[in-house]
Design a protein around this ligand. Sequence first.
Ligand code: KIV
Ligand code: NA
Length: 265
Amino acid sequence: IKRVTTSSILAMKKQGEKISMLTAYDFSTARALDEAGIDILLVGDSAANVFAGYETTLPMTLDHMIYHASAVARGTKRALVLVDLPFGEYQGTAEDAFKAAVRMMKESGSHALKLEGGVEILDNIKKIVDAGIPVCGHLGLTPQSINKFGTFGVRAQEEAEAEKLKADALALQAIGCFAIVLEKIPAKLAKEVSDALSIPTIGIGAGNGCDGQVLVVNDMLGFTKDFKPKFLRQYMQLYNGVVEAASKYAADVKAGDYPNENEQY
Ligand code: KIV
Ligand code: NA
């Protein structure tokens, strides 16, 4: 099996082939998504929400992300493994951002890093890219800045923020980012940005004009209880399935039905 690389991702955009990306946080899920042919597995700091139960992504540490990313990397043969640098690790000096990036690459077995933000952190991203570490940008709704935004609502609906987003996207491309995630922005703006860039855009809640799509795996499997934003398509009802299976198991144990003769030594 040939590994998906940043160059194959770029080639997909050139050939008009859409790019599929899902998040993953553990070995077993990574294996299944890899077998399904998902191009990029994102070890998202959304692990904070769906794995750890935090309200925001801010509590994630470099150690947490390395632990999740190494598990995902061990579960893949084909997918490119992309990992989020967590809040606080790259917004200070370029030197500190670089150190965090190098540690992640050395210890996680992942292939590329994702960092939230545009011109504000451009020098820091450039230092990482210049060292040969592929970086994916992330614009629009950037959850690590939730305390600045105040809500998880749609971003860049007004002219000024839309113009800044376009400038940020071009700047990220200019310093060598290999892709950009566009989160929760108007479809029309996402299409404009995608058409203006030679690197691929990967959208979430950003419409069909992006070069690829990403979803949080727990959300698309219906494992996240009571979460159904407009952009989300659920491909399973895993939460209900797990409740049902666990209820049956509990009933079988209580009834003395499990294990039966064939399920013991
Ligand atoms: O952490 C995450 O899941 C993400 C995606 C929503 C793009 O950054
Ligand atoms: Na993230």
